[in-house]
Design a protein around this ligand. Structure first.
Ligand code: CAA
Ligand code: NAD
Length: 298
């Protein structure tokens, strides 16, 4: 890779659109690894939230990396933050960038609107990528005229900790684009895998049905939530049990993913709606972020 033309024009400037849970993590890791990053958000409040989240996560990273050298840790945080900027002006923020990573809400219409509005403004060479969890990259890319410079970059929560990056190619993705985004993922310190544009790519195609099956098991009364989670942690070595993980990911997110796949593939048994999951979402028990899901949080 190092001698390929793609590397000669490596990705240096990045625009992350959406500074929520995922976007702020992606922006943080990119800035940590020397890239110049602009986060685009929709209002000042969201920008403030993203900045605060990044700063506290960076402190945790610094504490780990510079355990016995707090001075160097401080410099690391300061330098990383100096490479990060924020903007409310989407078009301005993509005028001079090598890569756009979209991490806005999981809604195809909104993603279409977004990519359509920047396709004619971003420079010719700029690559577009989506961090979607469950939508088809090809569907998202369909509104642009740069499908050869389009791919999926699927990160995992929490981005500063999870080591994997799924790189998704659509048939139109050029080799140069694929090489550039893969090299960028490696420059971020991630281990990359390559996936086709299939529902959930690799991780979510396996993980979401696992979470749904765990909820179905609880629903049937086969075991308690605690016992299901203990079983998978101690019997299968998972860092979190499936119900803890459902609370961590967000029950609304899991429901949304399942609903979308069920609509598209009504015959796949594993994608069928799960009444208990739907009930929790209806009651606002979304998991960690709402204070209650399968468990209660302070
Ligand atoms: N920023 C920086 N560092 C963080 C962090 C963050 N947001 N969150 C955790 N950490 C660090 C902690 O500081 C800690 O560092 P040390 O080892 O130096 O102490 C380390 O990570 C471990 O954290 P904790 O001690 O707080 O807790 P833990 O050991 O239980 O680990 C976890 C937490 C990393 C989240 C772990 O439980 C885990 O791996 N859980 C599974 C997460 C998972 O499966 N994520 C994928 C979800 S699916 C997805 O993202 C895709 C999708 O499309 C929905
Ligand atoms: P989030 O709700 O935390 O963040 C979304 C952010 O996008 C919000 O801050 C919102 O203000 C902003 N936004 C919405 N429309 C915008 C626009 N037009 N321009 C700029 N900003 C806009 O959501 P999230 O969990 O970070 O998820 C973002 C994307 O990442 C989704 O596609 C999701 O499927 C995917 N994803 C989520 C996870 C996860 O575990 N939460 C994991 C991997 C991928």
């Amino acid at each position: 890779l190092s001698t390929s033309p793609a590397m000669a024009a490596a990705i240096k400037k990045v625009t992350v659109i959406g500074g929520g849970l995922m976007g702020s993590g992606i922006a943080q890791v990119a800035a940590q690894t020397g890239h110049h990053v602009t986060i685009v958000e929709i209002n000042e409040e969201a920008i403030k939230k993203a900045k605060n989240g990044i700063e506290s996560s960076l402190q945790r990273v610094a504490k780990k990396l510079y355990k016995d050298k707090p001075g160097e840790g401080e410099t690391f945080v300061k330098e990383t933050l100096s490479r990060l900027s924020t903007s409310l002006d989407l078009k301005e923020a993509v005028k001079n960038t090598d890569l756009v990573v979209e991490a806005i809400v999981e809604n195809l219409d909104l993603k279409h609107k977004l990519f359509l509005s920047i396709d004619s403004v971003a420079p010719e060479h700029t690559i577009f990528a989506s961090n979607t969890s469950s939508l088809s990259i090809q569907d998202i890319a369909s509104v642009t005229k740069r499908k050869d410079r389009f791919g999926g970059l699927h990160f995992f929560n929490p981005v500063p900790v999870m080591k994997l990056l799924e790189v998704i190619r659509i048939p139109e993705t050029s080799d140069e684009t694929y090489e550039k985004i893969t090299a960028w993922g490696k420059a971020l310190g991630k281990t990359t895998i390559t996936c086709k544009d299939t529902p959930g790519f690799v991780v979510n195609r396996l993980l979401v049905p696992l979470l749904a099956e765990a909820v179905r098991m609880l629903e049937r009364g086969d075991a308690t939530a605690r016992d299901i989670d203990t079983a998978m942690k101690l019997g299968a070595g998972h860092p979190m049990g499936p119900l803890e993980l459902a609370d961590y990911v967000g029950n609304d997110t899991t429901k949304f993913i399942l609903d979308g796949w069920h609509q598209k593939y009504p015959n796949v048994e594993l994608f069928k709606p799960v009444p208990l999951l739907n009930k929790l979402v209806e009651e606002g028990k979304l998991g960690l972020k709402s204070g209650e899901g399968f468990y209660k949080y302070d």
